[in-house]
Write a protein that binds this ligand. Structure first.
Ligand code: PGA
Length: 251
């Protein structure tokens, strides 16, 4: 059975009280399906509330949107992987394009964060993707491979098997303009090949697509077998809409 992963990136929305109300509404409309998992990435302050509201559901998992690589210390404002774990997180986004482009995160930062996540037992969801300028210059694959090599180049197959990669073209995030299913699939094929050449066991690699995924285009995107799921920002903020989106079947 094809397994799909639907990941919700709430970005800087949904505080703890709102998260409790959200999960109540979501759970009322989404009942467990054997062929899919749903992961939530709330802002750090809402991780604990969201994790508590999903504790009895093995198909629902909560993660942070970012972590810092040091485990503890004088790093004002930062959240470490062990602290995220204590709050109930089991995964973390790493290298999201907003971290890279708004906060100046580098390829080398992503490498340290992936190492810290794996050391603490968090599943890293590594985000990669090209800007419009890079795409127009024909550099999509070169950029994606550079980002993969930087973040994951030092890992063996056993570690890579715990990594999820999200392909999110920067020009598609929050713009209403998604990659075509065929264009996304072509990049996913390269990512999967890269992971498998470095020892990721066959069928273990999970590659998600992100960038303006909505109830309107999810079925067409998921029809591409290269997609193991989707990472969704805007369309995950409403619990009813998200509950509907995660029940999407491939067209
Ligand atoms: P979007 O965001 O679905 O709002 O385009 C996706 C993301 O940034 O993960």
């Amino acid at each position: 059975m094809r397994q799909l992963l639907f990941a919700a990136n709430w970005k800087m929305h949904i505080g703890p009280d709102e998260a409790r109300a959200y999960m109540k509404a979501f759970r009322a409309r989404y009942h467990r399906r054997e062929d899919r998992e749903v992961w939530f990435f709330p802002p750090a302050v809402s991780v604990e509330a969201t994790a508590q509201a999903t504790r009895d559901r093995g198909d629902l998992l909560v993660g942070t949107q970012d972590i810092y690589w040091e485990p503890k210390g004088a790093f004002t404002g930062a959240v470490s992987a062990p602290l995220a774990l204590q709050a109930g997180a089991r995964a973390s986004l790493i290298g999201h394009s907003e971290r890279r482009h708004v906060f100046g995160e580098t390829d080398d930062d992503t490498r340290r964060k992936v190492g810290a996540a794996l050391a603490a037992g968090l599943l890293p969801v590594v985000c990669v993707g090209e800007t419009l300028v890079e795409r127009d210059a024909g550099h999509t694959l070169a950029v994606v491979v550079r980002q993969l090599a930087a973040a994951l180049g030092g890992l063996d197959g056993a570690a890579l098997a715990r990594v999820v990669v999200a392909y999110e073209p920067v020009w598609a995030i929050g713009t209403g303009r998604n990659a075509t299913p065929q264009d996304a699939a072509a990049v996913h094929r390269e990512i999967r090949g890269w992971l498998e050449r470095r020892g990721t066991p066959p069928h273990a690699a999970r590659v998600l697509y992100g960038g303006s995924v909505s109830a309107k285009n999810a079925a067409a995107l998921l029809t591409e077998q290269e997609l193991d799921g989707v990472l969704v920002g805007g369309a995950s903020l409403d619990p009813e809409g998200w509950a509907q989106l995660v029940q999407t079947d491939a067209a």
